[in-house]
Design a protein around this ligand. Structure first.
Ligand SMILES: NC(=O)c1ccc[n+]([C@@H]2O[C@H](COP(=O)([O-])OP(=O)(O)OC[C@H]3O[C@@H](n4cnc5c(N)ncnc54)[C@H](O)[C@@H]3O)[C@@H](O)[C@H]2O)c1
Length: 266
C-alpha cells in the first residue's frame, strides 16, 4: 500500500475506520476519511493521526496526511464534491472503499416506503455514486485503481431471526453492482470488488445487541449460527481490505470476499 492515496466513506467509525487504519498500517500515507458530518470526519482524521503516532512513533519519519471530508453518499453532488476535494489535495485516488451503510429491522409487510427508499439511497445508490465518481478520477489520471464496495453476507443469505428484507436486497444488489462495474472497467485499469462481512461488533450491531434482553438473545442466536462461534471483531476485516486494495489482488476483480466466520457455509 506504499504511497497509495486511499478514500474510505463511512470511516468516522465502525468498519470503515478500521479499514482506513489498516491501509495506514500497511504503508499508505495519504488518507481521506469521508462521513456525513464534517466535524466527525475531521475528528476521526485527527484521532487516526494521533493513533498512528502513538502506535508507530510517526512511522520513522514517514509523512502521513489524513483529512476528514464531509460527504453524504446518498447525494451524488456531495459525493462528486468530496472526491474532487480529495483529488485536489492529494493529486490522485488509488483506492476507494465505500463503507457507509445503514440497516433497519422491520417486518416486510409494515416496512414504510419512505424508510425503504432512504436505505436504498444510501446502501445501493450511494455505492454507485461513490464508485462512479472515484473511477472518473482514476480514468482521467490513468492510474491502476481499486474500488471496494462493502456489501454483506446478507447479500448471499437471509438473516434470521431479524427481518430486514430491504437491507438484504440492497446488499445483494451492491455485490452484483461490483461485478458489473468490474467487467465494464476491467480493461481500463480499475478493479472493483465487494467485501462482505458477517456479524461484526460495531455500533451498527451494538444498537441491536446491547440495548435489550432481546438483543442479547439475538447475539446468542447469531453466534450459535456462526461455525466459529463468535461475532467478528472489526480488526478481522483488515487483511481482506488490504488484500483487495493492494496490488496483492491485481488479478482479482468482480469477486465478493466473504469474511463471516463460516456463517454462509452450512
Ligand atoms: N457491522 C456488521 O455486522 C456489518 C455486517 C455486514 C456488513 N456491514 C456493512 O459494513 C458497512 C459499515 O458498517 P458499520 O458496522 O461500520 O456501521 P457503523 O454504523 O458503525 O458506521 C457506519 C458509518 O457510516 C456513516 N454513514 C451513514 N450514512 C452515511 C451517508 N449517507 N453518507 C456518509 N456516511 C454515512 C455513519 O455516520 C458511520 O460513521 C455498512 O455498509 C454495513 O452495511 C456491517
Amino acid at each position: 500500500m506504499d504511497d497509495k492515496v486511499c478514500v474510505v466513506t463511512g470511516a468516522a467509525m465502525g468498519l470503515g475506520n478500521v479499514m482506513a487504519r489498516a491501509f495506514i498500517e500497511s504503508g499508505a500515507s495519504k488518507l481521506a476519511i469521508l462521513d456525513l458530518s464534517a466535524e466527525k470526519a475531521t475528528a476521526a482524521a485527527d484521532e487516526a493521526q494521533r493513533w498512528f503516532e502513538d502506535a508507530y512513533g510517526g512511522g520513522g519519519g514517514a509523512e502521513l496526511d489524513i483529512v476528514g471530508v464531509q460527504c453524504d453518499v446518498a447525494d451524488e453532488a456531495s459525493v462528486a464534491a468530496a472526491m474532487d476535494d480529495v483529488h485536489k489535495r492529494f493529486g490522485r485516488i488509488d483506492v476507494c472503499v465505500n463503507s457507509a451503510g445503514v440497516v433497519e429491522n422491520f417486518p416486510a409487510e409494515t416496512y414504510s416506503t419512505a424508510r425503504m427508499k432512504w436505505l436504498y439511497d444510501i446502501n445501493l445508490n450511494g455505492s454507485m455514486y461513490v464508485a462512479r465518481e472515484a473511477a472518473k478520477h482514476m480514468f482521467a489520471d490513468g492510474n491502476q485503481g481499486s474500488i471496494i464496495l462493502v456489501a454483506s453476507m446478507s447479500g448471499s443469505i437471509v438473516n434470521l431471526p431479524q427481518p430486514q428484507a430491504p437491507y438484504n436486497a440492497s446488499k445483494a444488489a451492491v455485490k452484483h453492482l461490483a461485478s458489473c462495474l468490474a467487467v465494464e472497467w476491467a480493461t481500463r485499469g480499475v478493479r472493483v470488488n465487494s467485501l462482505s462481512p458477517g456479524y461484526m461488533l460495531t455500533s451498527l450491531t451494538r444498537v441491536m445487541t446491547e440495548t435489550s434482553s432481546e438483543g442479547k438473545k439475538l447475539r446468542e442466536a447469531w453466534e450459535a449460527k456462526t461455525p466459529m462461534g463468535r461475532m467478528g471483531e472489526p480488526d478481522d476485516l483488515k487483511g481482506a481490505a488490504v488484500y483487495l486494495a493492494s496490488d496483492a489482488s491485481r488479478f482479482t476483480t468482480g469477486t465478493d470476499l466473504i469474511v463471516d466466520g463460516g456463517y454462509c457455509c452450512p
